[in-house]
Write a new protein. Structure first.
Lengths: 125, 202
C-alpha cells in the first residue's frame, strides 16, 4: 500500500465517526519502488489530499521533505521539484507490513504483504 | 496501444487457483476485459489521468488492462494475492484493499477521490441482490462514470434503479460471457450467458 491510499483510509467501525483519521502507523516495514512520474496526474491529485495527515504520516516514516502547507500557487504552476518530491512520497513509498490503529477506538487494521485488511468483526459493523 | 495488442497482453494474466463459488468468482476473459477498457478509454476518455478503481477485482485483469493509479477492492485474500502478483508482473503500481463491499464500508475519508469504476461484479445468482449492492455503491463513489457487466435479464430493473439514483444508464453492448465448466455443480461443458456492458454516468 502506498501513502496515497493511506491518506484516504479512515476507521469504519460502527459508531466510530469522529477523530477516526488518519490511522496511525506502527511496526512499519517500507519499500521504495520506482514508478513513472506523471505531473498532470499529480496536479489533479493535490486538491484531493488531506495534506496535514500526509505530512504527519510521512514524518512518522522519517520523511521530512514535505512542506507544512501546499504551496500557495495555482495548481497548474506547481513546480516540478515539488511535484517530483510528492510523487516519491505518495506513489513510490510502499508499506509492506505493519499496523494501522484508529486514534479514536483503537481498532487495529493489519497490513500484510502490502495489502491492508479493512475487514471488521461481526460486532463492529 | 491497439485493441489486439491489449488482448494479447492480457493472456498472461494469472487467474484463480481455486475459484470460490459462494463469491461467484468467474474470470473476465482477456477478450472482454480488453474491449471494456478500450471503450472506456477511446470512446469516453474515462481512464487516462483518471483515478480508477475496481470493486470486486478478483485477480485484477481489468486493472491490468487499465494501467492506472488507484486501489482495487476484494473480499477474498487469495484473489488479491494473485492480483498483486499480476500487477508486479506487469510493473503496475496499484494498491489493493481487503474489504467487504456488501457491508457498505465507510473507509473513505473523502467521497470525491475516485473518478471511474470499472468492474465485473458478482451476477447475484448465488447471492441474490449482491449485483445491485455493488452497482449502487459504485454509482455513489465514482465522480465520472461506472462501467459494469450485468445479466441482460436484469436490464429493465437496472434502468429503473438508475433513474431512481439520478444517473444515466446506457447499454453499450450485449456480450456473451463464457462460463467454463469450473465448479462441481456445472453439468455442461461451458455455457454462454447473455450479459450487458453498461455505462452509468452522472
Amino acid at each position: 500500500m502506498r501513502l496515497v491510499t493511506h491518506n484516504l483510509l479512515q476507521c469504519h467501525v460502527k459508531g466510530c465517526d469522529t477523530n477516526n483519521f488518519p490511522l496511525e502507523l506502527s511496526e512499519i516495514e517500507c519499500e521504495s519502488q520506482e514508478t513513472d512520474f506523471n505531473p498532470q496526474f499529480l496536479r489533479t491529485m493535490v486538491p484531493k489530499l488531506e495534506w496535514d495527515a500526509l505530512v504527519r504520516t510521512a514524518m512518522k516514516l522519517g520523511i521530512t521533505t514535505l512542506p507544512d502547507k501546499v504551496p500557495d500557487t495555482p495548481i497548474q504552476e506547481l513546480d516540478e521539484k515539488f511535484l517530483r518530491n510528492l510523487h516519491t512520497v505518495l506513489f513510490e513509498t510502499h508499506i509492506q507490513q505493519g499496523k494501522m490503529t484508529c486514534p479514536n477506538c483503537q481498532h487495529v487494521y493489519p497490513i500484510k504483504d502490502g495489502i491492508p485488511n479493512m475487514l471488521l468483526n461481526d460486532n463492529e459493523v | 496501444m491497439k485493441l489486439k495488442e491489449l488482448e494479447g497482453l492480457l493472456q498472461d494474466v494469472a487467474v484463480f487457483d481455486e475459484p470460490k463459488i459462494h463469491l461467484e468468482q468467474y474470470v473476465t476473459t482477456p477478450h472482454l476485459a480488453s474491449r471494456i477498457l478500450f471503450t472506456a478509454h477511446s470512446v469516453y476518455d474515462d481512464i487516462e489521468n483518471k483515478i480508477v478503481a475496481d470493486f470486486g477485482c478478483g485477480c485484477g485483469i481489468l486493472r491490468t488492462a487499465s494501467h492506472q493509479i488507484f486501489s482495487d477492492q476484494d473480499i477474498d485474500p487469495d484473489a488479491l494475492r494473485i492480483a498483486s502478483d499480476n500487477c508486479s508482473k506487469f510493473e503496475l503500481s496499484v494498491d489493493f484493499l481487503l474489504t467487504d463491499l456488501t457491508l457498505d464500508p465507510k473507509w473513505q475519508k473523502n467521497d470525491n477521490i475516485i473518478d471511474t469504476i470499472v468492474m465485473n461484479p458478482p451476477f447475484g445468482t448465488k447471492n441474490k441482490g449482491v449485483d445491485m449492492i455493488f452497482l449502487k455503491k459504485a454509482v455513489e463513489v465514482a465522480n465520472n462514470a461506472v462501467y459494469s457487466l450485468h445479466k441482460t435479464s436484469t436490464r429493465e430493473h437496472i434502468l429503473k434503479k438508475a433513474k431512481e439514483w439520478g444517473v444515466d444508464c446506457e447499454v453499450l453492448a450485449e456480450l456473451k460471457f463464457d462460463i467454463p465448466n469450473m465448479y462441481k455443480f456445472h453439468r455442461r461443458k461451458s455455457v454462454d450467458i447473455q450479459v450487458d456492458f453498461l455505462r452509468l454516468a452522472k
